[in-house]
Design a protein around this ligand. Sequence first.
Ligand SMILES: [Zn+2]
Length: 244
Amino acid sequence: MKKTHLATLTRDEIRESAPHSLVVLPIAAIEQHGPHLPISTDTMIVTQVADTIARRLAPELKILVAPTLPYGISHHHKPHPGVMTVGTANMLGILEDLVGSLVGSGFRRIAILNGHGGNVDVMNIIAREMNYRHDVTITALDVWEFYEDPEGIVVGHAGKAETAVMMHLTPELVSATLPGPAEMVTKSRIDGVRVFQAGKRLGLGPGYGDDPSKATAALGEEIFEHLCERCSDFIRKVCALDDR
Ligand SMILES: [Zn+2]
């Protein structure tokens, strides 16, 4: 069976395969996810998506998945306990170093796969910067990018969708009592433009959005399959764009 985890290869195997492979670098966060989900929720989901898409694409493409960076920018979740956050400048530095290391190992096609909203701005800066510095095709994709709730609900942090996916992946880590509806406080927009409103960041509210009590494991399986399918499709298109 083809190896898909970068960390299981030897240096010689990497030297040989890197120029012809696409490497996925999953990044996430360790942060509060309401009263009902573990703080590693984002890390678990993005790791499972990355592993699943690499396995499923293995017959047609060379995909290698790097170890997940579990930490991200989570300042907005303070002062809840369990928030292990990395500052913006540090996160830029970490991603610059990790992506730079992958380039140094010979990779020329790189996909940062993100499981946490707070990392989005920084990952795009790094993708642009690395493409400028090196002869690499690089993209930064959020796993939730293509997800739309069928009922039109704005997907909340630790809300119905994330709770459902965790009930599917690791039911033993989801609290038996799911909290009811909460107001989503993070995303103020005026005329489509984001406004970071004083006193309204996530950590100052209940720490979760929409309605986790509507989550089921069956819904989670459906959503997880959708995320994997859309991310696979995207990776396939990136490979077609630059098939070295
Ligand atoms: Zn999350």
